[in-house]
Structure formats: structure tokens, C-alpha cells
Write a protein that binds this ligand. Structure first.
Ligand code: ZN
Ligand code: ZN
Length: 140
């Protein structure tokens, strides 16, 4: 447990490693989330600006909810143009675009880095099959 400043309100609090903000702000955020949720139920696919205007919830907080995929998992869509945190492509929710997500998942799997750099250049199916055969040999 570390003592740190809450990024939202600046107060010092004990960070248990999961929430990253103080408990007051966490409650505040839950309230905000409920507001955003209720608004989106009635006004699906509103823009971030609109939601902010109507609910008073800060755009940063709304974006945080989108990044955490909290709204989309409840079937609530919001019109947003976020940037993929890896390549900068415009996305509507989450942290990464589909392509980067796939690549990141690959990156996390067994063969790690080598595979990633190999795959980068070509995504044709031929290449892919060759890669797989090669990998099979390497793994022996
Ligand atoms: Zn706080
Ligand atoms: Zn991307």
C-alpha cells in the first residue's frame, strides 16, 4: 500500500493498487457513471460533448468510462472518436484499435517478440502459413 496523491482531487490517500483514486473520488465517479448511464439509456449514441452538457460529468471522466469499456459492455453506445493508444487510429471505445489489439494479444503469447516483428511486414495468408511451418520446426 502506497500513499499517493489522488489524480482527481489531489488529496493524499492510501493506494491499494486497484483503484488509483481516493475513495471519495471513487464514489463520485460511481455517481457520475450512473448519470452517464441513465442519460445514454434515453439518448443512445450521444456525443461526449452532449453527455457532458446534459449530465455535468467531465469529459475526461466520460472518456475514462469509454476506455474501460464500461459503457459498451452494458450495450450503451456513445459517439466518440478516441485515438488508439498505440497507433493513433480513431476508435469508438476501448484503448486500442482491433488491429493493435490482435497484435498485442500475439505479443503476449509464447514466442513473443520474434513472432511479432516477423508478422509485421506481411499479413498474406501464404506468409502466415510459412510462418507457422517454420515455427513448428523451431519449436521442436
Ligand atoms: Zn480524490
Ligand atoms: Zn491501433
Amino acid at each position: 500500500m502506497d500513499l499517493r496523491n489522488c489524480p482527481r482531487c489531489g488529496r493524499i490517500f492510501a493506494d491499494n493498487g486497484t483503484h488509483r483514486i481516493c475513495s471519495d473520488c471513487r464514489h463520485q465517479e460511481e455517481d457520475d457513471y450512473e448519470k452517464v448511464k441513465a442519460f445514454l439509456w434515453d439518448n443512445p449514441r450521444s456525443t461526449i460533448g452532449k453527455v457532458h452538457e446534459e449530465t455535468g460529468v467531465s469529459e475526461d471522466t466520460i472518456i475514462k468510462f469509454i476506455r474501460e469499456n464500461r459503457l459498451i459492455t452494458e450495450g450503451l453506445e456513445i459517439k466518440a472518436s478516441l485515438k488508439c493508444q498505440r497507433c493513433g487510429t480513431t476508435i469508438s471505445h476501448g484503448r486500442f484499435c482491433q488491429k493493435c489489439q490482435d497484435e498485442l494479444v500475439d505479443g503476449f503469447s509464447d514466442t513473443g517478440k520474434e513472432k511479432k516483428s516477423k508478422k509485421k511486414k506481411k499479413s498474406g495468408s501464404d506468409m502466415y502459413i510459412k510462418d507457422r511451418i517454420k515455427e513448428r520446426k523451431e519449436n521442436k
